[in-house]
Design a protein around this ligand. Structure first.
Ligand code: BT5
Length: 247
């Protein structure tokens, strides 16, 4: 098998040695009307973004990229794209021999440490999505000065071909995205549950000013986390930060 085996994702790839953030560049290009599936990839970013204005460290040697998607969905269902991407990343990492698992909503972990973060941003009107910027950062051969993070190189004990990894990732993403477009989120959700490290665990989820403690029970059709509190009430959390507590 040679070359990228995709039809939609990566038909057009724009590469930078350095840029601010591939999500920022992708948004500009999407606003100018660039076609769906366009991929922006950078060797390093000067303003790598996490959620809620947090910084994401993106030194040379990792995979920092954004994909422009134009799914025909209600903005309410957009966060399922984040969960879908976590499934695709997990499959690509497992294909390279790593025991990757998903932490709700947007992280992929290996051996208890974060190896990938996902940042989806969208442009939408009341009931229709114009475009979604799917930003994916994977620690591959880069150094990472965080106790809580790891890299493919550290876990596998050798350097990894980034080109091969990007190829595998885009192929998994395309497969999942086409399934999503054709059949909706349900078949993706089956895989998400299979790969999830969050379900069944006691968790503490911070969203806005609230902290919710309980057991993560499931994820619903919108990608929301369903948490059962100690008093038996059930809460649906659309987005937030999730901490796994000790059993
Ligand atoms: C994320 O945010 O994890 C989303 C990261 C998305 C990065 C990609 S790279 C390509 C595209 N362009 C961008 O500018 N962004 C996207 P969040 O869940 O908020 O997690 C952020 C937290 O992860 C930070 O506060 C750190 O604690 C930690 N962190 C920072 N850099 C990391 C890294 N390289 N690996 C693992 N953890 C990291």
């Amino acid at each position: 098998k040679y070359g990228l085996q995709t039809k939609l994702l990566g038909k057009r790839v724009v590469h930078f040695n350095v840029t601010t953030s591939t999500n920022i560049v992708a948004r500009q290009m999407a606003e100018e009307g660039v076609e769906e599936g366009t991929v922006i990839v950078a060797e390093t970013q000067t303003r790598g973004k996490g959620r809620l204005g947090r910084k994401f460290i993106t030194k040379g040697g990792g995979v920092w990229m954004s994909v422009i998607l134009k799914p025909n969905i209600d903005p309410m269902h957009a966060s399922s794209i984040t969960l879908m991407a976590a499934v695709s990343v997990t499959k690509a990492l497992r294909g390279m021999g790593l025991e990757a698992v998903i932490k709700w909503p947007n992280d992929v972990f290996v051996n208890g440490k974060k190896i990938c973060g996902i940042l989806t941003e969208m442009s939408a009107e009341t009931d229709i999505v114009n475009f979604i910027i799917l930003g994916i950062g994977v620690n591959v051969n880069n150094d990472i000065p965080l106790e809580t993070a790891t890299t493919m190189k550290a876990e596998l004990g050798k350097e990894v071909s980034r080109v091969r990894f990007i190829q595998a990732l885009l192929e998994e993403l395309e497969e999942d995205y086409l399934t999503f477009k054709e059949k909706g989120f349900t078949p993706i959700l089956w895989n998400w549950r299979r790969f999830s490290d969050t379900l069944g665990r006691p968790v503490e989820v911070s969203c806005q000013d609230e902290k919710i403690r309980g057991v993560a029970q499931d994820v619903d059709e919108d990608g929301s986390l369903i948490v059962k509190l100690t008093d038996g009430t059930v809460k649906k959390i659309v987005s937030g930060d999730c901490r796994h507590l000790k059993n």
